[in-house]
Design a protein around this ligand. Structure first.
Ligand SMILES: NC(=O)c1ccc[n+]([C@@H]2O[C@H](COP(=O)([O-])OP(=O)(O)OC[C@H]3O[C@@H](n4cnc5c(N)ncnc54)[C@H](OP(=O)(O)O)[C@@H]3O)[C@@H](O)[C@H]2O)c1
Length: 222
């Protein structure tokens, strides 16, 4: 497939790039600092998603069969970039006639209110007692701005008419790819506290041609 990968310099993004090229896909890697990309045979496009240039984004996504994004804030000051950047990506996709997009969200987001979803469920059916009542509320308070950004990212996707999938991992690790992980539609994984960035990338690539994942949030954990 012809794939465009945003944030290809990040933890998940590098895995997407490496695995997609290894699988024989025709890849365009998008990065704000292309010098930070690993050596790759992919086509490279430079774009800063904090203030994206529509023409550059259309160059990046034009002709793609699908778009993948592992965009995330590097610093606190960057929080907000995911919703803003993804809005620019989806606008470029709309202008270029590209429909399929798979992005990274996060496990707690299903219960985070957003402008487009002001009354989410109080609890995620996949969360057990510890996540629901102890660890979850603390993490959600500490990372409230990050999760608000990701909840708005999901709003952007829901408001679009694209064939989107938002993958919601719990705590990410840098372990090698296993291809062995659990997934669930619209909910988190019971007892699933970790997943490897490499396995998130593996699943994002696998989901690309699965229509049953269109317009779905997907819980994932090792
Ligand atoms: N950490 C966790 O345990 C966890 C758990 C669940 C979900 N998540 C979500 O998963 C996301 C991805 O995780 P990760 O470990 O792969 O993140 P990461 O290594 O921090 O990568 C973030 C990527 O976003 C890019 N980026 C940031 N601002 C940008 C901008 N203005 N324009 C273009 N690119 C920009 C970065 O580019 P540069 O290389 O140029 O900085 C980098 O490629 C996280 O950001 C978070 O939202 C994280």
């Amino acid at each position: 497939m012809k794939l465009t990968i945003f944030a290809a310099t990040g933890g998940i993004g590098r895995q997407l790039l490496e695995q997609a090229v290894a699988a024989g896909h025709d890849v365009t890697a998008v990065a704000r600092n292309p010098r930070n990309l690993p050596a790759t045979q992919a086509r490279v496009v430079t774009a800063d998603l904090a203030a994206a240039d529509a023409a550059a984004l259309q160059t990046a996504v034009g002709g793609a069969d699908a778009v993948l994004s592992a965009l995330g804030p590097r610093t606190r000051a960057d929080v907000g970039v995911v919703a803003r950047g993804t809005r620019s990506i989806t606008e470029a996709m709309g202008a270029s006639g590209v429909r399929r997009v798979v992005v990274v969200s996060a496990a707690p987001v299903g219960t985070v209110p957003s402008p487009g979803r002001p009354h989410p469920p109080r609890h995620d059916p996949g969360d057990g007692f510890v996540i629901r009542y102890l660890a979850g509320p603390i993490v959600k308070r500490v990372l409230a701005a990050n999760y608000a950004d990701l909840a708005e990212l999901e709003d952007v996707l829901r408001a679009s008419d694209l064939d989107w999938t938002a993958v919601r991992p719990p705590r990410l690790t840098s372990k090698p790819v296993t291809g062995r992980y659990r997934t669930a539609y619209g909910q988190n994984i019971r007892g699933g506290i970790f997943v490897a960035r490499a396995d998130v990338a593996h699943y994002m690539l696998r989901a690309l041609d699965q229509p049953e994942t269109y317009r779905q949030t997907i819980g994932i954990a090792s």
